[in-house]
Design a protein around this ligand. Structure first.
Ligand code: MN
Ligand code: MN
Length: 308
């Protein structure tokens, strides 16, 4: 590559934050279009595909598959290939999506409530998120934010979900090492200026604890050390390294390139050899409702800037 002025750390940092902001702008535009899309009778796969297509049309790339988690399902559901799941009257629908520009991510989630009885639950999640965002500033401990999130949700008489957290965003790393919990924890990490966080809260009418279902439709590539037997498995690794890198991807995204059976076999080999992390669908107990609210922020000198 041709030479030129070497960028200082500060300039490098600027361009990274500008890319996060660009991703945030795409997120806001997609969010605007989403309102008309999520309603009873619409198939989840149509929403997933529309969100992911709009992201590309508006100049970004999906940072992960569009998640649509309904009622007691809290996270990690995206439509598998050929999905027939449809939004119904009375549903509480969380749409969680993200955009990246050169690996710099903006991550958001909106809850669409088609159930009068769950409106307060949605409000609780929104209020807790608002409180968290107001608190975030350099020097603040992540667990102090978690404590306030928990307090707001419990004041509404709902439960925060203990296993799910907000997370720092790093280039091509969706869930970095610092987390912003939904509950009071004894220890935390200090928040620093220039860091970027996806702040997300989950309020539940159920137990406030999620368990893994047997289903996983989202995966990400991990370092692995065993040779792969199936040529389709090796091809998946090449595609993912090229197109998604370490970011999560959907089985659905690969479905146009492989037959259904071969894709399943190849994914199974990759999982068994430790090459793929599976994101299992997470849910609270049957009959409960979960609401989610999420925005991405850049930590500034005195507080934070919401970019989504
Ligand atoms: Mn999200
Ligand atoms: Mn997130």
């Amino acid at each position: 590559m041709a030479g030129g002025k070497v960028k200082s750390d500060e300039e490098e940092q600027m361009s990274a934050l500008e890319k996060h902001r660009h991703a945030g702008k795409v997120v806001r535009e997609v969010k605007e279009a989403l309102g008309g899309l999520v309603r009873p009778g619409v198939k989840c796969i149509e929403i997933c595909e529309a969100v992911e297509r709009l992201i590309v049309e508006k100049g970004g790339k999906p940072a992960f598959p569009c998640n649509i988690s309904i009622n007691n399902v809290a996270a990690h559901y995206t439509s598998p290939p050929g999905d027939n799941l449809t939004i119904s009257e009375g549903d509480v629908v969380k749409v969680d999506f993200g955009v990246h520009v050169d690996g710099y991510v903006a991550d958001t989630a909106v809850t669409f409530c088609m159930n009068k009885e769950a409106e307060r639950l949605v409000e609780a999640a929104r209020e807790a998120l608002k409180t968290a965002i107001q608190l975030i500033a350099p020097g603040v401990e992540t667990n102090a934010v978690g404590r306030e999130i928990e307090k707001v949700i419990r004041d509404y008489d709902y439960r925060p979900i203990r296993e799910l957290s907000g997370h720092i965003l790093e280039q091509y790393v969706l869930h970095g090492s610092k987390v912003i919990p939904n509950i009071a924890l004894p220890h935390g990490a200090s928040i620093n200026e220039g860091e970027v966080y996806a702040v997300e809260v989950f309020a539940s009418t159920g137990s406030g604890s999620v368990s893994e279902t047997p289903y996983a439709y989202i995966f990400s590539l991990q370092p692995f050390f065993v040779p792969l037997r199936l040529k389709e498995a090796r091809r998946i690794v090449m595609i993912v390294e090229e197109e998604y890198k370490t970011l999560p991807f959907a089985e659905r995204w690969l479905a146009t390139r492989f037959s259904r059976g071969k894709l399943r076999f190849a994914l199974r080999e990759l999982i068994s050899k430790g090459a793929l992390r599976q994101y299992r669908v997470l849910s609270d107990r049957k009959g409960s409702y979960v609401a989610q609210a999420e925005e991405t922020v850049i930590v500034t000198g005195s507080g934070c800037e919401v970019i989504t």
